[in-house]
Design a protein around this ligand. Sequence first.
Ligand SMILES: [Zn+2]
Length: 69
Amino acid sequence: MRRRKQINCAYCSKEKLSKNVIGLNKKLIQPHIERMMCLVCMAGYFETTEDELKDMIERFKREGCALFG
Ligand SMILES: [Zn+2]
């Protein structure tokens, strides 16, 4: 069995990004993104807050987006 690749933030030392954070990277930036960001770095990048990003994740989940679970 192939081990699932651990994805770390490309911009700080945060490790093991969660499925929802990875989904948000794909959704907001691009589907085939290689350098993933954690929520903190994403908040800085989009000039928003971690809480807003978490709300966004909840919204996408409610819409049934397959990238989130
Ligand atoms: Zn980061």
